[in-house]
Design a protein around this ligand. Structure first.
Ligand SMILES: [Zn+2]
Length: 393
C-alpha cells in the first residue's frame, strides 16, 4: 500500500530520473579513457608582501587585487568545469615578476590574467577601468603605467642581473618592446576588449580602453595575457568602490563574463582553424583513389584513426539526443571543458572526408579530428603520417 503510493508519486518523474541517470552514465563513459586536457587560467594578483603597490587613503593596491583575483577564481572554479584555476598568490606574500610568469609557463597555462589597481599623482580625480596587453606604449601616459608596474622589480635584490639590466624608470629601457614579436597579441587584445566591454556593460565602469605598454610580467609569460587596471586608488570614490564587497564582486564578475565569452569564441575559432587546415591538405590526400583501402591497412599498426567532429557542448548530451540520432560510431571526448562529439571512425582519412561531406548539411561546422592510440593528435601531423604510410604501399 505504502510502496504503491510512493511509486504513484514518483511515476511522473520517472522518465526524467531515467534520462538523468543515462546522462550521468554517458558523461562517465565520455570521460573514461580520454585525455581530458584542462584549460588552464593563471590569475595573478599584482604586488603583495612588502610590495604594497599603489597606496590610497586607507587601503593598498595589493589587497584590492587579491580580493578581486580570488573572487574571479571562485567564479571560474564554480561555473566552468574543465577549467583549472591557478593563482600566483592566494595570500599576502611577495613574488618576483619572473616568478609570476614562471608559474604560468610551468603550468603551460592557456591564459594569464594579471590584476592591478591604478593611481595618478596630484589629486587627479579619474574613475574607470583599462586593460593592457604587451606592446610598445604609444603615449607618455601609457608608458607611465608600465613604469609604475614594472618598478616592483626594484623590490627584488638581484633585479639588475635577473632582468638583464632593465631599468624600469628609464624610458630607454623600453626600446626592447619595440622590436618584440608577440605571437599571442591578437588573442590578448581580443580578451582585453571583451574585458573592457563587460566592465562597461556589467559593472558600469568608465571605459578607459585597451592599451599596449611594456609590462615585464606580460613579456615573460608565453601565452595570451592581459593586465587589468581595475580603477584608481588615488580617487577617493574609486578607493571606496574598489574596497567594497559590491565593487570587488562586480569587477570579478565583469572579468568572469569576458573570460566566458573568450572561451566560447576560442572554442569556435579552434574548430574553424582545424577545418581550414584540413581542407588545404584534403586535395593532396584525396589524390590517390585507392587510398581508401590502403589507408586502413597502412595505419592500423600505429592505431591512427580519423573521426568527424560534429559538435562541442559544455555539458554531456543525453544518449537519446535528437541531433545524434541515426549517426554511426558516435563518440565523445573531453577537451578544455568541452564535450566534443564525433561520429564515424576510420584509419582512412578519405573515408572521413566523404563522411564529413555527407554530414555537411546537418552539421555545417563539422571537421575531421585525429586520434593516435586513443589520444587526440594534431590533424596536420596526422594527415602527414597518413600520406606517408600510404606512399610506402
Ligand atoms: Zn600594480
Amino acid at each position: 500500500m505504502h510502496r504503491h503510493r510512493i511509486m504513484k508519486r514518483i511515476r511522473p518523474y520517472l522518465s526524467y530520473i531515467i534520462s538523468i541517470s543515462f546522462a550521468l552514465l554517458a558523461s562517465f563513459f565520455c570521460a573514461e579513457g580520454m585525455e581530458a586536457k584542462d584549460f588552464v587560467v593563471v590569475i595573478d594578483a599584482g604586488h603583495g608582501g612588502h610590495d604594497p603597490g599603489a597606496v590610497g587613503n586607507f587601503s593598498q593596491e595589493k589587497e584590492i587585487n587579491l580580493k578581486v583575483a580570488l573572487k574571479l577564481g571562485k567564479l571560474i572554479g564554480d561555473q566552468c568545469p574543465g577549467v583549472k584555476v591557478i593563482y600566483t598568490r592566494e595570500k599576502d606574500v611577495f613574488l618576483s615578476l619572473n616568478r609570476r610568469a614562471a608559474i604560468a609557463n610551468n603550468a603551460k597555462a592557456d591564459l594569464f590574467i594579471s590584476i592591478h589597481t591604478n593611481a595618478l599623482p596630484d589629486n587627479q580625480r579619474v574613475r574607470g577601468t583599462s586593460t593592457w596587453t604587451l606592446g610598445l606604449a604609444k603615449s607618455d601616459e601609457n608608458l607611465e603605467v608600465a613604469k609604475r608596474e614594472n618598478a616592483v622589480i626594484l623590490y627584488e635584490d638581484d633585479y639588475r642581473t635577473r632582468y638583464a639590466g632593465f631599468d624600469p624608470n628609464s624610458s630607454e629601457s623600453y626600446i626592447i618592446f619595440e622590436f618584440m614579436q608577440d605571437k599571442y597579441m591578437s588573442q590578448s587584445v581580443h580578451l582585453a576588449s571583451l574585458i573592457q566591454q563587460k566592465m562597461k556593460t556589467v559593472c558600469r565602469r568608465n571605459d578607459h580602453g585597451v592599451h599596449q605598454a611594456g609590462f615585464l610580467v606580460l613579456k615573460a609569460s608565453a601565452m595570451p595575457s592581459v593586465l587589468i587596471e581595475l580603477g584608481y586608488i588615488s580617487t577617493p570614490s574609486e578607493e571606496r568602490y574598489l574596497n567594497s564587497e559590491n565593487g570587488s564582486s562586480a569587477l570579478a564578475n565583469g572579468i568572469f563574463q569576458a573570460f566566458q565569452a573568450y572561451r566560447k569564441e576560442q572554442g569556435l575559432r579552434q574548430d574553424v582553424s582545424s577545418q581550414t587546415a584540413v581542407s588545404t591538405q584534403e586535395e593532396k590526400a584525396a589524390g590517390n583513389p585507392d587510398a581508401a583501402a590502403e589507408g586502413r591497412e597502412a595505419t592500423a599498426g600505429s592505431r591512427l584513426v580519423f573521426k568527424v567532429q560534429v559538435m562541442a557542448v559544455t555539458a554531456p548530451l543525453p544518449p537519446d539526443d535528437k541531433r545524434l540520432k541515426g549517426m554511426r560510431d558516435v563518440d565523445c571526448y573531453q577537451e578544455g571543458g568541452w564535450y566534443k562529439y564525433t561520429c564515424g571512425v576510420s584509419a582512412d582519412y578519405n573515408e572521413m572526408v566523404r563522411l564529413r561531406r555527407k554530414l555537411a548539411s546537418k552539421f555545417k561546422g563539422a571537421f575531421i579530428v585525429a586520434f593516435k592510440n586513443g589520444k587526440k593528435m594534431d590533424i596536420n601531423e596526422a594527415i602527414e603520417e597518413f600520406l606517408k604510410s600510404r606512399d610506402k604501399q
